[in-house]
Design a protein around this ligand. Structure first.
Ligand code: IVH
Length: 655
């Protein structure tokens, strides 16, 4: 290959520069497709020249799975913050500080990000460790996941040792998407972005963390201080390439409340949760004079904002059974306005939550809606009880089918595969848009058909005959014909959609795509062993067990046989269109193993473009035997030249 190491290093720098523009400055100068193109070029270079790979290459952000959580001791104890909840309490705090140090004090006011605290270490300019707070003395080694945070540089232009503290968070948008994916995959939802961020930091496979897209704000420099003050050090860190929250103010004490309120007013529009403001002494010498208690520094305090809460009455609690059998208690509330929407239901998560809240039917309750999609009950007001309130009894048997529930972790589960609610849920899932996309078979219709005995299982969908539903109220011959047509159409859906439609625990759409392209057909997938499953992108122990268990179950195998008989597609199609080559320009020269038209079609099918001649816009020249003068021209322009095999391997377009 005709690259030089200098070209490689300059590409690493260029990509890191774009990462900074995108993740740090929010001001990208190239499109995502262009970035992907450069990234793919980098990977190609690294495949050919593994000896060139440098630690700050963007490819090195995702390392290997770690086998278990290792602990690391913090150099200095990671303290927490004491809280105040009002201006008066803040004044008390400020007075106390001034009694110990009666000179002039500059304060820094910062948003208090609601995520997970980490300590991050750089040595010789390289990110060497990321550790959770843990008990303050030692935390979990989460370096493998910290490295996946795109707004955090893996290499910096500073050779001394740095110990930084920061807050890792998940944006509200990513949180919402993640919970949607988890819901569809039948996995328990994260209660809020903070739990999701803390949970993500601890996953063993960094590819999972990378996909989830964590963010970070650095809020302290503990070792390697450059200036005498916190504010100047934060500015310095920002210049070095660290993400420091832009809403940080240097203030005299009179303006403190102003800044605290200013940050609060930004709260709604931020894409991350913040639960208060942190007020810190700016000067490190003054901090030393003030000192700290065992738990908190005396030079800082958190001013906690109130979550938007309203009170209402708990009218009832119903227990819903999802398709995976998890029984979720749902609070039925007297309708009330909160954060701009009317709320009449709230999740109570699980039995432990009911016990923790000590809640009764008829109670006056506080509900809040912050980062969560579903509002939650935060507390009850026992003082207002009249004595007529009723205890909530978590059922011991399934509210839908009566089967005895089994406890798995914090959740009670109905294990009866014929449980009506579970069956209805799985038919709804099977027919849903991302799965088999059967138009006309939405939630209400499925419920109705189930109750009428028209659909008793997923496979019944394909046994529907003309005349079986056309006579029903609200249905006519036309809607029957349309439904039968979309059922017929659904047999041709891509293989991954079918895998997703099966509703295997832990298998969302992305995972289904990975399984489809890895196993190519249902027989390979059915016979996969656990080791093979675990070796695949993004699959951990738990999901591997779930998939393996699913295909060991005789009922599931029988269902798959039925689907085969109905003629449902269970084959991965290599020719399936994708946008894998989107934004890339190709040209072919010389003779390849198949007619040129075959490759041209392949490129177009996958979203690539074909150019008519060599120009600087060309991204890849594919060379066969006896290439023409295009090869020489491409060399002169420094275009990437690849063989047919390299092309197929690179983009996963093999036969
Ligand atoms: S300073 C010794 N600054 O809040 C001072 N903490 O409730 C340590 N947090 O454990 C903390 N944003 O996880 C500081 N701008 C900020 C923060 C912040 C969020 C978190 C941090 C800390 C917790 C205390």
């Amino acid at each position: 290959m005709n690259w030089t190491k200098e070209q490689y290093l300059s590409l690493v720098n260029e990509l890191n520069h774009h990462c900074i523009r995108y993740y740090l400055l929010n001001d990208p100068v190239i499109s995502d497709a262009e970035y992907d193109r450069l990234y793919r070029e980098l990977i190609l270079m690294e495949e050919v020249h593994p000896e060139w790979v440098v630690p700050d290459s963007p490819s090195q952000r995702i390392g290997f799975k770690v086998s278990s959580g290792r602990t690391i001791r913090h150099d200095k104890k990671m303290l927490s913050l004491d809280n105040v909840y009002s201006e008066d309490e803040l004044k008390d705090f400020l007075n106390k500080v001034q009694r110990v140090y009666n000179g002039r004090i500059d304060w820094v006011v910062e948003p208090k990000i609601d995520g997970a605290a980490v300590s991050i270490i750089y040595e010789y300019g390289v990110l060497t460790a990321g550790v959770t707070r843990g008990d303050g003395l030692e935390g979990e080694d989460v370096t493998h996941n910290i490295r996946t945070i795109k707004s955090l540089p893996v290499k910096i232009d500073f050779k001394g040792r740095l110990v930084l503290r920061g807050e890792v968070f998940l944006s509200r948008q990513r949180f919402k998407e993640l919970n949607e994916e988890r819901g569809k995959a039948g996995e328990p939802l994260f209660a809020n972005p903070r739990n999701a961020a803390a949970g993500t930091l601890k996953v063993l496979d960094p590819r999972i963390a990378s996909d989830r897209g964590l963010g970070i704000f650095i809020y302290a420099l503990d070792d390697g201080r450059q200036y005498g003050t916190h504010f100047e050090d934060l500015l310095w860190l920002n210049k070095l390439g660290f993400s420091v929250n832009p809403h940080i103010y240097l203030s005299k004490s009179e303006e403190l409340m102003e800044y605290i309120k200013k940050i609060e007013s930004l709260r709604k529009e931020m894409d991350y949760d913040l639960d208060g403001a942190v007020i810190k002494v700016n000067d490190y010498n003054v901090r030393d004079i003030l000192g700290e208690t065992i738990k908190y520094p005396r030079w800082a305090i958190a001013y906690k904002y109130e979550a938007e809460q309203v009170t209402t009455t708990l009218i009832d609690v119903v227990f819903q059974v999802g398709r995976t059998g998890i029984v979720t208690p749902v609070a039925i509330l007297e309708p009330v306005e909160v954060s701009g929407s009317t709320v009449s239901r709230a999740s109570l998560h699980n039995e432990d939550e009911i016990i923790r809240l000590d809640i009764k039917i008829g109670d006056r309750v506080f509900i809040e809606k912050s980062g969560e999609i579903i509002p939650k009950v935060v507390k009850t007001v026992p003082e207002l009880r009249k004595g007529t309130e009723k205890s909530i009894i978590f059922p011991s048997s399934c509210p839908s089918c009566g089967a005895i529930l089994k406890k798995e972790d914090a959740y009670w589960r109905c294990l009866n595969r014929h449980c009506p609610e579970r069956v209805i849920g799985s038919i709804i899932h099977f027919a849903s848009r991302d799965a088999m996309d059967i138009r006309g078979l939405g939630d209400k219709t499925v419920e109705r058909f189930y109750k009428l005995g028209i659909l008793k299982s997923i496979t019944d969908i394909y046994l529907l005959k003309p005349g079986s539903i056309g006579h029903l109220d609200g249905f006519g011959e036309l809607s029957e014909a349309n439904l039968l047509e979309s059922i017929h159409e659904s047999k041709k859906r891509e293989f991954y959609r079918f895998i997703y439609a099966l509703g295997i625990d832990g298998v969302g759409i992305k995972m289904a795509q990975v399984l489809a392209s890895h196993f190519k057909n249902i027989d390979n997938l059915v016979s996969a062993d656990k080791e093979e499953l675990k070796s695949i992108y993004g699959i951990g122990e738990e999901v591997a067990n779930s998939i393996f268990g699913y295909f060991k179950d005789g009922n599931n195998l029988k269902m798959i046989d039925d689907f085969k008989r109905f003629g449902i597609n269970m084959q991965y199609e290599q020719t399936t269109t994708s946008d894998i080559l989107k934004g890339l320009n190709f040209l072919i020269t010389g003779t390849l193993s198949k007619p040129r038209k075959y490759f041209e079609d392949l490129i177009l099918k996958h979203g690539g473009n074909l150019l008519s001649g060599v120009s600087k816009n060309l991204n890849y020249l594919i060379v066969g035997e006896n290439p023409g003068n295009k090869l020489e021209k491409a060399r002169q322009l420094g275009i990437i030249i690849i063989t047919e095999d390299e092309f197929k391997k690179k983009f996963g377009l093999g036969d």
